[in-house]
Design a protein around this ligand. Structure first.
Ligand code: FES
Ligand SMILES: [Fe+2]
Length: 402
């Protein structure tokens, strides 16, 4: 044990004073009109994380994603040239959804209705009796959607003219590229739907104030006598994105054997890829609006909260791994860590839905956030700034048209 570690000091209010201390309005967490503004001002204008390159190992590999906020079904395909592209999953003849499989590998995509067939780069390659049409094949390619990759993570943007993904991520792009997730070859996944607003759901995972009450069993290494709430040691703000460094209780008993085994295997895999291994701190990267990645240099856990309506969301939780599990005990270790993540999540889930029922009653005008819930405040401030800018843009457009 390191006896020279200075006692824990929480981040002071002075360091985050620029984000204010006002109560936060409650209605953005349940009001459908505010949700509609967020859909247009935030989700249709941001890079949204939807997958990982390890899902597209070969030319012709594809994944389909249903994106409710855009009312869209999207095909993400690795082309023969190795490039990853995204298209609306919509046949350009008369609009039929092209692919129903969630994932697979195909050299072409044929529409079941009249057999128009598209290449992996979206071009229309054949269509029966095409002479009867009054359009050129080159004008019938699948409608493209902007796609970007950073650290192996695949993002989509529905913005009219999206800025490059790396510009959007700013100084976080290089930090993400250095993480094991950039070299992941596989993952475990857990998908859930929840009766809660996306921000309320997401906020649960960016504050530690609840740990000792909601996770008393699992809180051992995350809390300690000089940090009973398990507050982080650092918060960082990067435009609309944010980071934190999670405190670790070095005096906590070691994790159970299956977790140690898994960390050991992950360390070997990371070292083989030249990744420096230290388990002292856990970095948390929150990418605006709805994705976060949390982990030690050994293991990365990602969580995306997709909005479905003002009071319903879908979460996708993943644990990423480098290399296949090459023994039964390693398989067990991976399953054990995923089962643990799922258990912890089930503790969160109930309290998030209770929060939504309370907020949706309309009983509160405001909610209150303390200094150590600053990341929740920063998310709301970032969303609300985008919503206000969008409203101003619409108003000035309407004025110009009048
Ligand atoms: S709608 Fe697809 S081929 Fe006709
Ligand atoms: Fe929690």
């Amino acid at each position: 044990m390191n006896t020279h570690t200075p006692p824990f000091q929480p981040v002071s209010q002075d360091d985050v004073a620029w984000l204010g201390t006002d109560p936060i309005p409650a209605s953005p967490y349940y009001d459908p009109a505010y949700f509609e503004l967020e859909r247009k001002a935030v989700f249709l204008r941001s890079w949204i994380q939807v997958g990982h390159v390890c899902e597209l190992p070969d030319p012709g590999s594809f994944i389909r994603r249903e994106i409710e906020f855009a009312n869209a079904s999207i095909l993400i395909v690795r082309g023969k040239d190795g490039a990853i592209r995204a298209f609306h999953n919509v046949c350009t003849h008369r609009g039929t959804q092209l692919v129903m499989a969630e994932a697979g590998r195909q050299s072409t995509f044929s529409c079941p209705y009249h057999m128009w067939t598209f290449a992996t780069d979206g071009a229309l390659v054949s269509a029966p009796d095409f002479d009867q049409f009054h359009v050129a094949k080159k004008d019938c390619a699948l409608p493209a959607v902007a796609v970007g990759v950073c650290a192996g993570l695949i993002f989509l943007s529905f913005a009219e003219r999206p800025e490059p993904l790396r510009d959007w991520l700013g100084d976080l792009a290089d930090r993400l590229e250095a993480l094991p997730v950039a070299r992941a070859t596989t993952f475990s996944e857990y998908v859930y739907e929840i009766d809660a607003n996306w921000k309320l759901t997401y906020d649960n995972f960016q504050e530690n104030y609840h740990l000792r009450f909601i996770h008393p069993r699992s809180g051992g290494a995350a809390t300690g006598p000089d940090n009973p709430f398990g507050y982080p040691v650092h918060y960082g703000f990067h435009g609309p994105h944010r980071t934190q460094t999670i405190w670790s209780n070095r005096a906590a008993p070691p994790p159970p054997a299956p977790a140690l085994l898994s960390y050991g295997k992950a360390a070997e895999a990371a070292a083989a890829h030249g990744i420096m291994v230290s388990q002292d701190a856990k970095d948390y990267f929150a990418l605006f609006p709805n994705f976060f990645l949390l982990g030690s240099p050994l293991q990365h856990f990602s969580h995306v909260v997709m909005p479905i309506s003002a009071t319903r969301s879908r979460g996708v939780i993943r644990l990423y791994w480098i290399g296949e599990d090459d023994s039964a005990s390693e398989r067990f270790a991976r399953e054990y860590l995923m089962a643990t993540a799922r258990d912890i999540h089930s503790e969160d889930r109930g309290v998030i839905e209770r929060g939504q029922r309370g907020l949706s009653s309309g009983a509160l005008q405001h909610i209150h956030l303390q200094t150590q819930e600053i990341l929740c405040r920063h998310l709301f401030r970032s969303v609300d700034a985008a919503v206000e800018a969008y409203k101003a843009e619409m108003a000035s457009g309407a004025e110009a048209r009048a």
